[in-house]
Design a protein around this ligand. Structure first.
Ligand code: URA
Length: 236
């Protein structure tokens, strides 16, 4: 692998920033200062240092974002800003993609990674990964709805959902709820409430599998998963 790629894959900076660092003479390979970006290195064997600090090669990146409204869950879009547009160059370099989709107006937990195997594991219908949402609903949500969701509701296209766990936090002219579902059909939460003649007016995802949205993250902010979170989500 080229030295500049290896350095960029260590989260040091973009390819351009890495070139500058190499030019400055800050990089050594096996103790020798190297300025040639094209030098072939083996991240498993060669000892690479940046200003005397060892450089750790990474293939995968795992980011937890508090998605804001108005941004689409895609890597690129002709019209709208995407969640990937919100990332720093050093993270974009890894080419992460969102794991599943949140609607443009939905906020909250979104995982971005370039680890295709993990994405597949989290999205595969076979694995029934639970996702919990907070929602504000127009109208009074009642125990009747909790019961209906427990049995699965029929969406407008005839699809019968798997059971959903509905917890009513507040019930009145508008109601606050938490809903946990194990599927990821298009607009699923909104359509489940439509099925019981109610409307979602605000939606935020709180968690996906064992990963819970970090409350410290402001809307639009993100952070890398911790080692513990990575192990948890991979089921190790
Ligand atoms: N269900 C929805 O209706 N929208 C989302 O963004 C996620 C789940």
């Amino acid at each position: 692998m080229r030295l500049d790629k290896m350095l960029a894959n260590s989260g040091i900076g973009s390819r351009k920033e890495v070139k500058k660092l190499l030019k400055s003479g800050g990089v050594t390979v096996n103790g020798k200062m190297i300025k040639d970006a094209k030098l072939q290195v083996d991240p498993e064997k060669d000892l690479i240092h940046l200003f005397d600090e060892p450089v750790e090669y990474r293939e995968f990146i795992y980011l937890m974002m508090n998605k804001p409204g108005g941004v689409v869950s895609a890597t690129e879009d002709k019209r709208d800003e995407t969640v990937v547009d919100l990332l720093d160059e050093a993270h974009k370099h890894f080419e992460p993609h969102p794991v599943g989709r949140l609607d443009k107006d939905t906020e909250g937990f979104l995982l971005l990674t370039n680890d295709g195997q993990l994405s597949h594991q989290l999205l595969s219908p076979k694995h029934h990964v639970p996702k919990t949402y907070f929602a504000r609903i127009k109208g009074q949500v009642t125990e009747k709805d909790t019961e209906a969701f427990k049995n699965g509701v029929e969406l407008e296209d005839g699809y019968k959902t798997k059971p959903g766990d509905l917890v009513i936090l507040e019930s009145g002219e508008t109601s606050d709820i938490e809903l946990t579902i194990t599927e990821g059909k298009f607009h699923q939460v909104k359509r489940m409430f439509q099925a019981v003649d109610k409307e979602v007016i605000y939606l935020k995802r709180l968690s996906m599998g064992p990963l819970v949205l970090d409350e410290e993250l402001e809307l639009g902010e993100y952070r890398e998963l911790t080692e513990e979170e990575i192990e948890l989500v991979k089921g190790k």
